[in-house]
Design a binder for this molecule. Structure first.
Ligand code: ATP
Ligand code: MG
Length: 359
C-alpha cells in the first residue's frame, strides 16, 4: 500500500504590487507538483502590506500572525510597497513577522545557470536576523560640540550558535543535492564565517568564536570551515563568487552581502529568499512591489518559484525542491521564454507555464 500523502498547509500573503501577480504563480507551482512526490497542499489567503494598512489601519493584522502560528507549515510572502515619505503608524509587516514568529535566519541563495557566461555561481548567504545593530537601540546626545548619536550592536551566544548551526545544516543539505546532480563540481561543503573581529573584538569576536564552536560539532566533520573579514569578503564575493558555498554573517553584514550578491545574477526577478525558524519557513522573492510594472502581467515569477523550492527544502521536502530548481534552470538555460527583465518578451503566465511543463 502506498504511504499516505503528506499535506502541507501554506499561508499565502501576496502583499502589494507584483506580489499579487507572482504569489498566485507560486501557488500554481505547488498545485502542479507531480503526484509521485506524494505531497498535498492546502492554502489559506492572508493579508498584509501597505494596501492592508490603508484599508484597516494595520499592515499586519493579528489574524495573519495567528493563522500562520496555529495552522500553517509554511508560507509565501510576495512584496510590500514602502511609501516614499514616512506614513504615521506604518511599519514593514515582514520585519514584524520576523520578530513575532522568531524567524531568526534570512537565507538567500545566489545562483547562475549553466548557460550564463563565466564560472557558475552557486552560493547562499545565511544572515542572522534578530540582533546586531538591528535591535534599533539608538540614542542622541547634545554635547557642547554638537549632537552625538550612538547605536547598540548586540551579539549573543545563543543567536550566533543557532545561525551557525543552520549554516552547517544548509551546507550538508546542499552537498546532498549536489551529489545527486552529476553537473556539480564542488566535492565538499564549505561554510565561511564572516566577521570584523579584528576591530570589534568583543561583539564580532563572540560571533566568530561561537560560530566556530557550533561548526566544530561532529556532524559537521565533512564541512570545510573558513573565516573571512567582511571587507575582504565583499572584495572576494565580487572577484571570485564561484569560490563560495555557504556564507554565514551577523545581521548587518549579511544584509549588505545579500543585496550585493544579488547584483551578480542580472535581475532581481531571479533571486529568492526564505525567512526561517526551526520547523517553519516563509519563502519570499527578494524584489519589492515593483510599481513600475504592476498590472502589466510581465513580472518575472522565477524569484517566487525558487522561493517556493527553498521553503520546501526547509520543510524537509528536498526532492520536490530539486525538481523545481531543475525545471527553472532548464527554462533559463534554454532562454526561449524569458520575461522582459531578462531581455525576453514572455509574460508571467508564459514563464510559469514553461516551468510547469518541465516538471
Ligand atoms: P519597493 O518599494 O516595493 O521595493 P521598488 O520601486 O524599489 O519597490 P523593486 O521591486 O525593488 O521596486 O524593483 C526594482 C526594479 O527591478 C524595478 O524597476 C522593477 O520593475 C524591477 N523588478 C523587480 N522585481 C521584478 C520582477 N519580478 N520582474 C521584473 N522586474 C522586476
Ligand atoms: Mg526596492
Amino acid at each position: 500500500m502506498a504511504a499516505a500523502a503528506r499535506t502541507l498547509r501554506i499561508g499565502l500573503i501576496p502583499g502589494d504590487g507584483i506580489g499579487r501577480e507572482v504569489i498566485p504563480a507560486g501557488r500554481r507551482l505547488l498545485e502542479s507538483l507531480p503526484s509521485s512526490l506524494n505531497l498535498k497542499f492546502s492554502f489559506v489567503d492572508l493579508d498584509a502590506g501597505f494596501d492592508t494598512f490603508k484599508r484597516t489601519g494595520t499592515a499586519l493584522p493579528d489574524k495573519t500572525v495567528e493563522v500562520l502560528k496555529k495552522e500553517c507549515d509554511g508560507a509565501l510572502f510576495g512584496a510590500v510597497s514602502s511609501p516614499t515619505t514616512k506614513v504615521a503608524g506604518y511599519s514593514s509587516p515582514i520585519v514584524a513577522l520576523r520578530k513575532k514568529l522568531d524567524l531568526y535566519a534570512n537565507v538567500r541563495p545566489v545562483k547562475t545557470t549553466a548557460g550564463s557566461s563565466g564560472e557558475p555561481i552557486d552560493l547562499v548567504i545565511v544572515r542572522e536576523n534578530t540582533e546586531d545593530l538591528y535591535v534599533k537601540e539608538e540614542r542622541t546626545h547634545d554635547t557642547p560640540e554638537g549632537k552625538v548619536a550612538e547605536a547598540i550592536k548586540r551579539i549573543s551566544e545563543r543567536a550566533s550558535s543557532r545561525i551557525a548551526t543552520m549554516a552547517g545544516e544548509i551546507a550538508l543539505r546542499r552537498q546532498k543535492i549536489r551529489d545527486a546532480a552529476p553537473v556539480s563540481t564542488r566535492s565538499k561543503p564549505m561554510v565561511t564565517i564572516t566577521h570584523k573581529s579584528n576591530v570589534l573584538s568583543q561583539t564580532d569576536g563572540l560571533f566568530r568564536e561561537t560560530a566556530r564552536k557550533a561548526l566544530a560539532a561532529e556532524r559537521f566533520a565533512s564541512v570545510v570551515k573558513e573565516e573571512q573579514i567582511v571587507d575582504s569578503m565583499v572584495y572576494k564575493i565580487f572577484r571570485q563568487p564561484e569560490y563560495y558555498d555557504v556564507i554565514v554573517a551577523p545581521n548587518l553584514y549579511g544584509d549588505i552581502l545579500s543585496d550585493g550578491a544579488a547584483a551578480l545574477v542580472g535581475s532581481l526577478g531571479l533571486v529568492p529568499s526564505a525567512n526561517v525558524t526551526d520547523g517553519f519557513a516563509i519563502g519570499e522573492p527578494c524584489h519589492g512591489s515593483a510599481p513600475d510594472i504592476e498590472g502589466k502581467g510581465i513580472a518575472n515569477p522565477i524569484a517566487t518559484l525558487r522561493s517556493v523550492a527553498l521553503m520546501l527544502e526547509f520543510l524537509g521536502e528536498e526532492a520536490a525542491a530539486a525538481k523545481i530548481y531543475t525545471a527553472v534552470d532548464a527554462n533559463l538555460d534554454e532562454g526561449k521564454l524569458l520575461s522582459p527583465d531578462l531581455g525576453g518578451k514572455a509574460s508571467t503566465e508564459e514563464v510559469l507555464n514553461d516551468v510547469l511543463k518541465r516538471l
